[in-house]
Design a protein around this ligand. Structure first.
Ligand code: BGC
Length: 721
């Protein structure tokens, strides 16, 4: 520790201002473009020490070449830090964030991050701009696809698992990546779901909903944090000293690196809080941002800011120390080439694809299965596969794909052909994802004519969600509704079941589709092994296990929609017009948070809670019996929600505090145990500080946040003696 500190101190003492600012700069190559501005000649700037960190360069050879320039040509030989958006995989893609959240499986979350880290580190990457932890309750916002869904408790568990997975036990190991928790904070709360818009919300919502995942990432030792592009009530996050220096560093104890988002320091000018790059750089540094990604503001602005007395050399040195410390922790000083050792063994890649297939099947939510339409009977011989997403390998990737080539992705068509080599498979896309042409509908109907079952693959294109992809409509784009209606109409006349596989980066408001489909799978974007995983579920090789981590609206007007709403003083149960409800649509979502079917049939009973009263230090044991009354083995997920019925501050009608899974054969019975530490029942009181209030707590246990399906018991909280 001391040796490493003195190495860093010695370096800082020798550095010129230009070299220091180089360490505070991250510049992109033009190989991959992830933002609106481009950088200059990377190689020359790395060699001169003017740029100390890069993004969007990958591949062992290319990284090595650049690293050599930093280490061998720059005056001080400080190694480069190479970052990339390894969001849900590098070459092998795992399901997108929202899909992974649907697995409700911390080991899956950690494992896919570990595998992505292995793969990316072989290509020279040392830092990933992940995990994305923004809770999103407004599906118009395109970046919902990257994150954990609507629930802060899920987001926090995901944060811990992802940090563990990416960083491993030892950050210096050649297969570990520095994780970057992003985008701090409340990015998901942008006005009307519009990308990059302002957010304005109460401090309570900030603390209760948007911060817990970041607190969990910090507690798990995350190496870096990236502030969001947006302003929060007028203060851009990139210049938000109270939330960066105050909340994150001082209150949460974060000692790692703060790295700006792409050009966001420069954008302080457009926000209207900085007159020029000099002021922008000064504001960001004062707020605590160590690394300037792509604005060139630190390099070009901080020298003048120093002269104007807006910042001090001490502040610059502190930031430089944090950059060098992370490079040290990553083992870059000891061996700058330990990542990027080249190709992995083919067996590792094959094993990873197998894992991606298993994970994808665990991330696809079966929303509906009328009359046990799925799995397909083994006797089915004639299948029709229609819709623009049926044979669209590139679309399976979702909105980030790093090094994943389009042709290495498995489409639904390819997956079904492999799974059912003897079946007659008629395929027609019918319409394009977004175009208005309808000429393909007739051929699609022809393909469906003699089928025993129709698989209709519809939804959004991969780039209709993600960054800069907000939508004001939550329905099927282009002429996909016309195609679907025509297919339903013909199938209805012939009695052919229609199985809809819906691809999207957000919950869509498609009640008509849900109503008409015999079975409905929310596939999100399942990644490289999409087609195989979907075929595994359709054929019953695997039973669905996933649950939706977001509420599905019936209509856009219900947005923002989430289960953890506070009770109204005039609840809709009252038999009066003066109640909190819509005139034209129920309050309830189409599919509740946590909803998801399996091939089993589970019944829960006998909810027990011990002890009957608990104080702060106790752990409450919640147990429930589960029986599989269905004809197939399957895995059930059981959720534990709480409701503080009487508190000094009105509490959400339900809050998630745990989940557990149980695998049962037909007729088998088991017990699920959900431990609940009583400290989880603390909440932020009127002064926004944690309080533990004596009184009644409802514990609600069941398969989703649909209250009508939950078993309820009460427990009494008591103050410590
Ligand atoms: C995105 C970040 C991403 C960065 C680097 C930005 O536009 O908001 O999520 O990590 O680009 O590619």
């Amino acid at each position: 520790m001391f040796a490493c500190m003195s190495r860093i101190d010695a370096l800082i003492r020798r550095m010129t201002l230009t070299e220091k600012l180089g360490q505070l700069t991250m510049s992109a190559s033009t190989e991959l473009v992830t933002g609106p501005v481009l950088a200059g000649d990377l190689a020359a700037e790395v060699g001169s020490g003017a740029v100390g960190n890069v993004l969007n360069v990958h591949g062992a050879e290319r990284v090595r070449r650049l690293q050599r320039m930093a280490v061998e040509e720059s005056r001080l030989g400080i190694p480069l830090l190479v970052g990339l958006d390894v969001i849900h995989g590098y070459r092998t893609l795992f399901p997108v964030g929202l899909a992974e959240a649907s697995a409700f499986d911390v080991e899956l979350w950690a494992r896919s991050a570990r595998e992505a880290a292995r793969e990316a580190s072989h290509a020279g990457i040392a830092m990933t701009f992940a995990p994305m932890l923004d809770v999103a309750r407004d599906p118009r916002w395109g970046r919902s696809v990257e994150g954990p869904g609507e629930d802060p408790w899920v987001a926090a568990r995901l944060a811990e698992a992802k940090v563990r997975g990416f960083q491993g036990e030892d950050l210096a190991a050649g297969e570990s990546l520095a994780a970057v928790a992003k985008h701090y904070c409340a990015y998901g709360a942008v006005t009307a779901g519009r990308e990059y818009a302002s957010a304005d919300l109460s401090e309570r919502t900030l603390l209760e909903v948007h911060l817990p995942a970041f607190a969990a990432a910090v507690a798990a030792g995350v190496a870096a944090v990236m502030p969001a592009f947006i302003d929060l009530a007028g203060v851009p996050m990139t210049a938000n000293a109270p939330l960066l220096r105050g909340r994150l560093r001082e209150r949460l104890g974060f000692q790692g690196l703060l790295i700006s988002d792409y050009n966001s320091i420069g954008e302080l000018i457009q926000h209207g809080v900085a007159a020029d790059l000099v002021e922008a750089a000064a504001l960001a540094l004062q707020a605590g941002i160590d690394v300037d990604m792509m604005a060139g503001a630190y390099r070009h602005g901080l020298p003048a800011a120093l002269q104007r007395g807006l910042v001090s050399m001490t502040l610059i040195d502190e930031a430089v120390r944090r950059v060098l410390t992370l490079k040290e922790r990553l083992g870059l000083f000891d061996d700058p080439y330990r990542r990027g050792r080249g190709a992995e063994a083919p067996a590792s890649l094959a094993g990873r694809r197998e894992l991606a297939r298993r994970d994808a099947a665990r991330c696809i939510v079966m929303l509906k299965n009328r009359n046990a339409t799925l799995p397909l009977a083994s006797t089915v011989q004639r299948l029709a596969l229609v819709g623009p997403l049926a044979d669209a390998p590139g679309q399976m990737r979702g909105s980030w794909w790093a090094a994943a080539e389009e042709l290495e992705q498995v489409s639904v068509l390819a997956g079904l052909r492999a799974a059912l080599p003897r079946a007659q498979l008629q395929h027609a896309s019918g319409v394009a994802i977004e175009d208005e042409g309808t000429a393909g509908i007739v051929p699609a109907l022809r393909a469906c004519q003699d089928a025993e079952a129709i698989i209709l693959c519809v939804g959004e294109g991969a780039l209709m969600s993600g960054e800069a992809a907000s939508r004001a409509h939550l329905d099927l784009p282009g002429q996909q509704r016309a195609l679907s209606e025509a297919v339903f109409q013909q199938a209805g006349e012939r009695g052919t079941p229609v199985i809809v596989v819906l691809f999207s980066g957000r919950p869509l408001a498609v009640p008509w589709l849900a109503e008409r489909a015999d079975a409905l799978l929310a596939a999100w974007f399942p990644g490289s092994e999409a087609g195989h995983a979907i075929a595994d579920l359709l054929t019953g090789r695997r039973s669905p296990t996933a649950r939706t981590p977001v509420s599905w609206p019936r209509a856009l007007g219900q947005v923002p929609i989430f289960y953890a709403q506070r009770p109204s003083g005039r609840p809709p149960v009252a038999d009066t017009a003066y109640a909190s409800r819509y005139l034209d649509v129920p309050n309830e979502p189409l599919y509740a948070f946590g909803h998801g079917l399996t091939y089993g049939q589970f019944v829960l009973s006998n909810l027990r809670v011990t002890p009957a009263s608990a104080s702060l230090a106790d752990t409450i044991e919640v147990r429930v019996d589960v029986v599989n009354e269905g004809a197939r083995a399957a895995e059930e997920t059981v959720f534990l929600f709480i409701h503080d019925v009487l508190a000094s501050v009105a509490r959400p009608a339900m809050e998630l505090k745990g989940w557990s899974r149980i695998e049962l054969s037909p007729g088998e019975r088991g017990t699920v145990c959900l431990p609940l530490p009583a400290r989880e029942l603390c909440f932020l009181g009127a002064q926004l500080e944690p309080v533990f209030e004596p009184g009644q707590i409802e514990l609600l246990v069941g398969p989703s946040a649909d209250r009508s399906q939950l078993l309820v018991e009460r427990i009494r909280l008591i103050a410590d003696a």
